[in-house]
Write a protein that binds this ligand. Structure first.
Ligand SMILES: [Zn+2]
Length: 180
């Protein structure tokens, strides 16, 4: 009985993720949030399909498809970080110099999309701006400096906030990533 329940829950989850892929970024960000008690149980578990779809959607809508999709790992990080973009000195098989690590469990889909967009800004800094900096005799850089914040308005147009960190306390108080 338990296995049947797990099987059905997984089928429903796949259906839900397929259903989500019909939306634009701002439509995704504006979808209704799950109840807070479900969010606190980290109810959003992105499927591989949804992770790659969201990457491609952000790449298309925000970065004009300039980014090469890196290897994206989805795993439990024991909550040390939600997402992480690592820059390498060599080009990986994907064509990107980066790998992106994402947590496997989230309060909601919107928190996941916002974090992925943040990591993709870092990827842009490394993959696109890095070689340009090198031509100017500078080191490659991944930071929360001006080239990071340059994407703020582009992301706001898609209802995605760009911040260095989000406060969980403020998130559960306001349920608004722009205020957390
Ligand atoms: Zn960052």
């Amino acid at each position: 009985m338990y296995l049947v329940a797990v099987y059905l829950a997984q089928k429903l989850m796949v259906k839900y993720h397929m259903f989500l892929t019909q939306y634009s970024l701002s439509e995704l960000m504006d979808l209704e949030l799950p109840p807070i008690h479900e969010q606190k149980r980290l109810c959003f578990r992105p499927s591989r399909h949804f992770v790659h779809h969201t990457y491609e959607l952000i790449n298309y809508e925000v970065f004009g498809n300039e980014l090469r999709k890196p290897k994206i790992l989805v795993q439990s990080h024991r909550r040390k970080y939600w997402g992480m973009c690592s820059g390498h000195t060599y080009r990986t098989i994907t064509g990107s110099f980066c790998t992106i690590d994402m947590m496997d469990k989230w309060f909601c889909m919107q928190w996941f999309v916002t974090t992925l967009a943040h990591e993709m800004v870092h990827q842009y800094q490394w993959d696109i701006l890095g070689p340009e900096r090198q031509d100017d005799g500078k080191d490659w850089l991944m930071s929360h400096g001006p080239s990071f914040h340059a994407f703020k308005t582009d992301l706001v147009e898609h209802d995605i906030p760009l911040k260095t960190a989000h406060s969980q306390r403020r998130w559960f108080k306001y349920q608004d990533l722009f205020k957390s």
